[in-house]
Design a protein around this ligand. Structure first.
Ligand code: GTP
Length: 336
């Protein structure tokens, strides 16, 4: 089965991390997000993946230099300009020559969904397209999906007023499509599959949805990206567990690390304390620093104390600085 994975977004909410690395190439639990995602698709029966790309495509070549991921063939469909989700699916489907039932996945979703079960549900219902749904704690900040008992979607309700939500189920970003869905996506035209195409399929009674309570996280915001990394440390993680400290990291023996992920090529000086944080490959931390609940790709000076901070590859926190809840460099100062 073929799959299209949408990985062409700018990832603005994850800046400044995404100033230099596209979101799906960022590691989650020491492994690039896209590698985890393709592995998940492979377990569900996918053997050919087309990456719908635009932003910083060269980074994906270095993740898949031989255009393979396990037993999955990986090819690239690089859009000449961003076509939004719907236009990107059509562009990638044309490149891949898709003419059978196929899977579409958002490149920023980590889940242990049984994809085979979603495909089976899709085939039994005779749907034109089927969405995976997941429950969320606060549906009022999402668009919820209201479906009948057979799974047929009745309507989308955008950001329902608290207390009036018909359910707590939202679009989880994995879909099964019949090839005739492509006729709804005009070639070369910016189209949102979520906002424009799905409502039209609902009007025709041909959109279905299947809810599961599997592990699910959208890594699009820094807090979620941090949580996804730390979830991989848990012995009960449904996804493959991560090493807390990569063997290629260089940590002084007096460094203390609590509930954190430290990547390859990270350097940390004497006496530094790290908790609830992710240090991405290449990060450099001085001596006697304190790093709490933060994501660090760049440099932290000696004696600095950072809490809930996101430091991009070009970011530098000065020695002895005290920072709480900021991004370095500030996103407005950076280029997309
Ligand atoms: P933000 O800028 O932080 O909202 O992130 P994003 O750009 O990734 O947008 P969003 O999370 O809403 O996108 C959902 C999925 O669609 C992600 O996997 C994106 O990579 C992908 N995506 C969004 N726009 C495009 C596009 O124009 N082309 C392609 N190929 N993918 C896209």
């Amino acid at each position: 089965m073929q799959a299209i994975v949408l990985v062409g977004g700018f990832g603005t909410r994850l800046r400044p991390l995404t100033d230099t690395v596209p979101k799906p190439v960022l590691p989650v639990g020491q492994v690039p997000m896209i590698v985890r995602l393709v592995g998940q698709l492979e377990r569900g029966g996918v053997d050919q993946v087309t990456l719908a790309l635009g932003f910083k495509p060269e980074h994906f070549n270095s993740v898949f230099p031989d255009q393979r991921c396990g037993d999955v063939a990986v090819q690239y469909a690089v859009e000449p300009e961003p076509l939004d989700t719907g236009g990107a699916i059509r562009f990638a489907a044309d490149v891949a020559g898709i003419d059978e039932t196929f899977v579409v996945a958002n490149g920023d979703v980590l889940t242990d969904l049984d994809l085979g079960a979603l495909v089976g549900f899709h085939r039994r219902s005779g749907a034109e397209a089927t969405l995976h749904l997941t429950p969320v704690d606060d549906p009022s900040v999402y668009g919820v999906v209201d479906a009948d008992e057979s799974g047929r979607v009745r309507r989308f309700v955008e950001k329902p007023t608290p207390g009036t939500e018909p359910c707590d189920l939202v679009n989880a970003g994995t879909y099964v499509f019949e090839p005739r869905m492509l006729e709804r996506l005009p070639s070369g035209v910016r189209t949102s599959v979520e906002r424009q195409t799905f409502p039209a399929v609902v009007a025709d009674g041909a959109l279905y949805a299947m809810a599961t309570d599997d592990y699910w996280i959208d890594i699009g915001r820094p807090d979620a990206y941090l949580r996804a990394n730390l979830d991989m440390l848990s012995a009960t993680s449904p996804l493959s567990r991560a090493e807390a400290v990569d063997p290629a990291a260089r940590l002084d023996q007096t460094v203390t690390v609590a509930h954190s992920v430290i990547g390859a090529d990270v350097t940390v000086g004497a006496g530094t304390r790290i908790s609830g944080s992710v240090l991405l490959p290449g990060a450099i931390v001085g001596e006697q620093a304190i790093i709490e609940d933060s994501i660090v790709m760049g440099r932290i000076g000696d004696g600095a104390h950072v809490c809930r901070v996101v430091v991009g590859q070009r970011g530098e926190v000065a020695a002895a600085a005290r920072l709480d809840g900021v991004r370095v460099p500030a996103p407005e100062a950076t280029e997309p």
